[in-house]
Design a protein around this ligand. Sequence first.
Ligand code: NAP
Ligand code: GCO
Length: 264
Amino acid sequence: MANSFSLEGKIALVTGASYGIGFGIASAFAAAGATIVFNDISQEAVDKGLANYKEAGIPAHGYVCDVTDEDAVNAMVAQIKEEVGIIDILVNNAGIIMRIPMCEMTAAQFRKVIDIDLNGPFIVSKAVIPGMIEKGHGKIINICSMMSELGRETVSAYAAAKGGLKMLTRNICAEYGQYNIQCNGIGPGYIATPQTAPLREKQEDGSQHPFDSFICARTPAGRWLNPDELGGPAVFLASDASNAVNGHILYVDGGILAYIGKQP
Ligand code: NAP
Ligand code: GCO
């Protein structure tokens, strides 16, 4: 049974993984034996990522690539095949959020979030699936969100993207399960990363940010989660242990979706 969780001999591409959730997942993959490949949008970010992996004792291959640029993604996947090998595991992690009330958001801003958070996973998945078919197996993990299930003020574009990503996950499952490709999602709860830093900033008087208090009241454990807490679930979905799991969104949320919230 232990071997079924091993990623020995597997090549994993984690998009946008210089830090944050992607780095946490890639670090867990490395501990399970995978070869780590990641991309980020600038050389500066890739260099920072390479330094982070080196500090963690993880040999990693970094590539500059914007996941919304189909030509660049196809070129990156071809370069990875030449320099590292055919990708066995893809984690569509790269993503952004814009917290703007919908009627104040421009169409261009809405499109940008959809482009990165939904079109990006489509483009990268489409680029890696042929190699997975060639190899006879593949694992795709899409990083969804609480907003794949719930709405909240100011995140209309993000929720629309993450809801779409849930259904893209199910559609890849439907179309490519026949090639022994499993496509699942991970729906993290509220994770302490740069993306959520603004929601946790101390107030001028030193008090907790209201949203910080809100999330702690909505999470049974009463705390934010850490990126490394996503590693185990991600290794499961990237390994042979989950070969019969397909089209599933695994919520790693500390119980938020099961909990009405701390009673007053
Ligand atoms: P983060 O700290 O903002 O990191 C996002 C990463 O994606 C950064 O490295 C960023 O690169 C990269 N990126 C952005 N646009 C890109 C593009 N067009 N092409 C390639 N890379 C790009 O975010 P995070 O909190 O780690 O979140 C990672 C994923 O988890 C996202 O999909 C997010 O929606 C999702 N998520 C986060 C939480 C949470 O609570 N943090 C919860 C649920 C889901 P740069 O630094 O160069 O911009
Ligand atoms: C927000 C947060 C969330 C998290 C995550 C929750 O503004 O509500 O950024 O969207 O990033 O997606 O699962």
